[in-house]
Write a protein that binds this ligand. Structure first.
Ligand SMILES: Cc1cc2nc3c(=O)[nH]c(=O)nc-3n(C[C@H](O)[C@H](O)[C@H](O)COP(=O)(O)OP(=O)(O)OC[C@H]3O[C@@H](n4cnc5c(N)ncnc54)[C@H](O)[C@@H]3O)c2cc1C
Length: 313
């Protein structure tokens, strides 16, 4: 794991502030009714869960401005731990409220309000599925691609549904100013999600690559060389990796990370060696020349110190 830099610590502080933002905004206005310490703690946990889930969307979006300073491994491990924390907060949120005042159990009764009951059970269920499917993806037989789609969809549902729930419950969020600030705070992750899942592949569409060489490599592997179709190029450093999609659409679920094995001095050509480990890598030896490719990156901060490196381009 790469040590966290000073910049990383600054990002960490910003993360804490952003995760606490929904709670902070809610505390600006007095609650609609007094609920006692237990009930109020339950409500706080819900708002904190909303902030943590919102930030989960931000940190997992492969935004280079963030990933470079913190390091991919650190982000992945933190994302996992923060997901578990968010799940505990989501589960404790209703439990504490019901323990403080059992009359709130009627919120789960579809005879009382069908839409509200299904929405609340749906949000709780989605949070559990989100975490369980991530922890036990392989045991559940979920392919990486379908898991990624499910994960993104559920995350969006939990964040937007959680926001809707906080606004409709209006315990701390009554008043247009508080509601507006809360919506604005959660629009940040929503916009970054749209950027990473829709706009980024859309931008990649205009910068296609193609397979120009495909060679077998030692250890049941294949080395593919991609060349830019057009004048574009991708500057990178030795030791970095790219997310690669092969085929006509950059929106494909089949997007995989591979380290570059070609020289950083030729940024218009990128080669990677992939070991046959599963369904995608098994297809690589048969990949025909001329196949379209899309490359996202570069990522990774495990690079040589360019000031001391001798053979610069
Ligand atoms: C930063 C990074 C750099 C990598 N560089 C190389 C490389 O240079 N050469 C190489 O052979 N492999 C590399 N890998 C691993 C490579 O991405 C996976 O082997 C490949 O995605 C497997 O896909 P599959 O569909 O063939 O196999 P699957 O059966 O889907 O998976 C096989 C294994 O790879 C993991 N995996 C699957 N898809 C992904 C994904 N999109 N991201 C991360 N892990 C995944 C699975 O959890 C499983 O453990 C790298 C992985 C990372 C995270």
């Amino acid at each position: 794991m790469r040590p966290i830099t000073r910049r990383g610590l600054q990002w960490g502080s910003l993360y804490v502030l952003m995760a606490l933002l929904p709670l902070g905004i809610a505390l600006l206005s007095p609650p609609q009714e007094t609920r006692g310490l237990l009930g109020a703690t339950g409500v706080m946990f819900g708002l904190l869960a909303l902030g943590v889930f919102g930030m989960q969307v931000v940190i997992s979006g492969r935004h280079r401005w963030f990933a470079e300073s913190v390091g991919f491994d650190n982000i992945l491990q933190f994302h996992r731990q923060a997901g578990l924390l968010a799940l505990w907060l989501v589960l404790l949120h209703p439990l504490l409220i019901f323990a403080a005042d059992p009359s709130y159990l009627e919120f789960l009764d579809p005879r009382d309000d069908t839409l509200r009951a299904f929405a609340l059970v749906g949000l709780l269920g989605a949070s559990v599925v989100l975490i369980v499917s991530s922890l036990w993806r392989v045991q559940l037989g979920l392919s990486y691609e379908w898991w990624r789609l499910l994960h993104g969809g559920l995350a969006l549902f939990v964040v937007l549904g959680g926001l809707g729930h906080a606004l409709m419950a209006s315990h701390y969020t009554a008043g247009w100013l508080t509601a507006g600030l809360l919506i604005a705070a959660l629009l940040v992750p929503a916009c970054l999600l749209v950027d990473s899942r829709l706009l980024r592949p859309w931008r990649l569409r205009k910068r296609p690559w193609q397979v120009i060489d495909n060679q077998p490599a030692l250890g049941d592997a294949a080395t593919l060389t991609l060349e830019a179709v057009g004048e574009h190029r991708l500057d990178f450093n030795a030791g970095q990796f790219f997310w690669i999609t092969l085929g006509d659409s950059p929106f494909s679920l089949q997007q995989h990370p591979f380290s570059v094995v070609s020289s950083a001095c030729r940024p218009e050509r990128i080669a990677f060696t992939a070991k046959n480990l599963g369904d995608f890598t098994a297809t690589l030896p048969e990949m025909t020349l001329g196949t379209r490719a899309f490359i996202e990156g570069p990522y990774g901060a495990f690079i040589p110190d360019v000031r001391s490196a001798s053979g610069r381009c």
